[in-house]
Design a protein around this ligand. Structure first.
Ligand code: ADE
Length: 227
């Protein structure tokens, strides 16, 4: 079954309101909503903010039969061409806050794990197709950098751009990617840009997040008819 996950209410409420035959599956810390979106059987859920919540929720999704996972939400733009409202479709995900460099590992690498987790080519293709239908925005395919940090400085942006080649910064994608990879479950992350992760990021985020969350939702909706 297809699973669609966001971190916050704003990221999934538009999908949830259109879920048909909704059935709620409640676990400690998370509720999954099962139903049909545009005729497609889906699990939809809000996972909460950060990598721990994301990993926990992704695990519940997989245990409940998720065979493909789409993460939808907002992010801070890192790629210099990204502006508020634009969309990033993940090529792969890294955890930019992992630092085991004193033991000789590359920045972002969890020992004995992959340095990044690749998104599924077919989900990426379908997401790119659907994203082209959102008007007046740029769509970038790129690396999603996740960490338990809200990035709000030029230095932070440059670190992610130079060290990781990241297109955007958010707080969940790579955790979902890591969990999915362990089970061989395909995933993709779709993020619309709510801020450019610089010194105005906190203000821009609060202003634009509810508006641009619609763009990512539009991409997910566009994917349903193509999957
Ligand atoms: N999500 C949206 N904007 C973000 C930022 N600047 N840093 C981390 N996560 C975000």
């Amino acid at each position: 079954m297809l699973a669609i996950m966001g971190a916050m209410n704003e990221e999934i409420e538009l999908l949830l309101s259109e879920l048909k035959g909704r059935e709620d599956l409640t676990y400690p810390g998370v509720t999954l909503h099962r139903g049909r979106l545009d005729g497609v059987p889906v699990l939809v859920t809000k996972g909460g903010i950060g990598k721990v919540n994301a990993a926990m929720t992704a695990t519940y999704l997989l245990v409940n039969g998720a065979s493909r996972v789409i993460f939808t939400g907002v992010a801070g733009g890192v790629h210099p061409e990204l502006r508020v409202g634009d969309i990033v479709v993940s090529t792969d995900c890294v955890q930019h806050d992992v630092d085991v460099t004193p033991l000789g590992y590359e920045p972002g690498t969890v020992p004995d794990e992959s340095p990044s987790w690749a998104a599924d080519p077919e989900l990426r293709r379908v997401a790119m197709e659907a994203a082209q239908e959102v008007e007046n925005i740029r769509v970038v395919e790129g690396r999603v950098a996740s960490g338990d940090q809200f990035i709000a400085s030029q230095e932070g942006v440059l670190r992610l751009w130079k060290n990781f080649g990241a297109a955007c910064a958010e707080m969940e994608g790579a955790a979902v990617a890591q969990v999915c990879a362990k089970s061989g479950v395909p995933f993709v992350v779709i993020r619309s840009v709510s801020d450019t992760a610089d010194h105005d990021a906190n203000v821009d985020y609060r202003t634009f997040m509810p508006l641009v969350a619609r763009h990512a939702k539009q991409v997910v909706r566009g994917m349903l008819s193509r999957l």
